[in-house]
Design a protein around this ligand. Structure first.
Ligand code: COA
Ligand code: ZN
Length: 337
């Protein structure tokens, strides 16, 4: 494994969308706005602000318009929003989103559960959305849920995933996100799929979206980097999860990913201290502990103080060592005579 040699990796935070969508407690709109404004100052490439879904399906994000209209946009940060259908696209364009992140699942069962449409119905909706949105010049990304397996169907063949990628690329979509919705991916699988994707669609912008459901999330990110991927969704504090995917848990954690990549010599452009300050606000906002680890342990350069009794014990050990050294010297001298 090589040092990152300052290679740029783009980190896109999805906590206020993927994270908050599954929280049972409604996060007040002004708190969402304040968090997005703070995240905007950390150097992240993109922030997924909300989703324009049915408020009955995702009540936690029913305030999508108010959030979009309330944030202070920082130049250079892309503000993206999740869109499942035409109604969502109309609402998102009404709020001047920088990007529409169109969503469907490559698993028929998950698509029916999550979006109440067959995959063909979703594709037809999204194709209409693409036609409708194109004149506005808004950026278009497609997120394909369950690209590394479905919690209800099991394995999803790679050719199935690539078939959907091909259809969207044929419609002129530039960005594709392969989503591991319930943490079924593993690093060698990720490496193979990402390598082949990059060979087949070298001009497309590929993002990887991992959930850490089985503890493989950061390993998967490294597998993707090995295959040349330079864009990741991640969630502050490791929040996240699709409410319509059984067993879903949080995304890979933004500050843990940033910390890891910084140590390995990659350039994420993210101010880790500022990000950690944002993450440490989360438990109070959501009302429970969050999975992020660096926010609890500190970075590897945050040293802990020694225990109070350290000097006494160390001095005793040093004295004993000196006695042992002098005994050993005397014994060596006696043996030499
Ligand atoms: N925004 C707001 N309201 C919407 C909407 C949207 N994008 N799409 C549909 N609706 C409303 C309709 O106006 C209708 O309202 P009414 O009951 O007051 O008449 C209602 O929702 C049902 O509309 P319908 O088209 O029949 O949708 P549905 O019930 O089949 O649900 C989705 C389809 C896609 C809208 C819904 O399943 C959804 O929003 N899913 C999102 C799931 C999600 O975000 N998962 C996590 C991320 S992967
Ligand atoms: Zn997700």
């Amino acid at each position: 494994m090589q040092n990152g040699k300052n290679k740029r990796i783009y980190i896109q935070d999805v906590a206020v969308r993927d994270g908050f969508q599954i929280e049972p407690r409604f996060i007040p709109t002004e708190q969402k706005i304040a968090l997005i404004d703070a995240l905007s100052q950390t150097g992240l490439a993109k922030i997924e602000v909300t989703s324009f879904t049915s408020p009955k399906a995702i009540p936690a994000l029913a305030d999508a318009e108010d959030v979009m209209n309330g944030i202070q946009r920082v130049p250079g940060v892309i503000y993206t929003v999740l869109v499942p259908n035409m109604r969502g696209a109309e609402r998102a364009l009404g709020c001047r989103a920088d990007e529409l992140n169109l969503v469907m699942s490559v698993s028929e069962t998950h698509n029916l559960t999550n979006l109440r449409m067959t995959r063909e119905q979703s594709f037809a909706q999204l194709a209409e959305v693409i036609d409708y949105a194109r004149p506005s010049g808004v950026a278009l990304n497609v997120s394909l849920s369950c690209s590394f397996g479905c919690p209800m169907e099991g394995a999803v063949p790679k050719e199935e995933v690539f078939g959907w990628v091909d259809r969207f690329i044929s419609l002129g979509v530039h960005g594709i996100t392969l989503c591991d919705t319930t943490g079924m991916a593993y690093p060698t699988q990720v490496y193979d799929i990402c390598s082949e994707f990059r060979q087949r669609w070298s001009a497309a912008e590929l993002t990887l979206h991992f959930h850490n459901t089985r503890g493989m999330g950061l390993a998967n990110a490294l597998g993707a980097i090995e295959a040349g991927v330079d864009r990741f969704d991640a969630s502050l504090g490791g929040l996240g999860g699709c409410p319509y995917a059984p067993g879903a848990t949080g995304n890979i954690c933004t500050e843990d990913l940033t910390h890891l990549l910084g140590l390995m010599g990659y350039d994420t452009n993210v101010n880790l201290d500022a990000l950690l300050a944002c993450a440490r606000q989360l438990p109070a906002m959501v009302g429970h502990e969050v999975p992020g680890q660096t926010m609890k342990a500190g970075t590897v350069t945050d040293l802990h103080s020694k225990p109070e009794w350290f000097e006494e014990v160390a001095e005793r050990a040093r004295q004993k060592q000196a006695q042992q050294n002098s005994l050993a010297t005397s014994a060596a001298q006696a043996a030499a005579l």
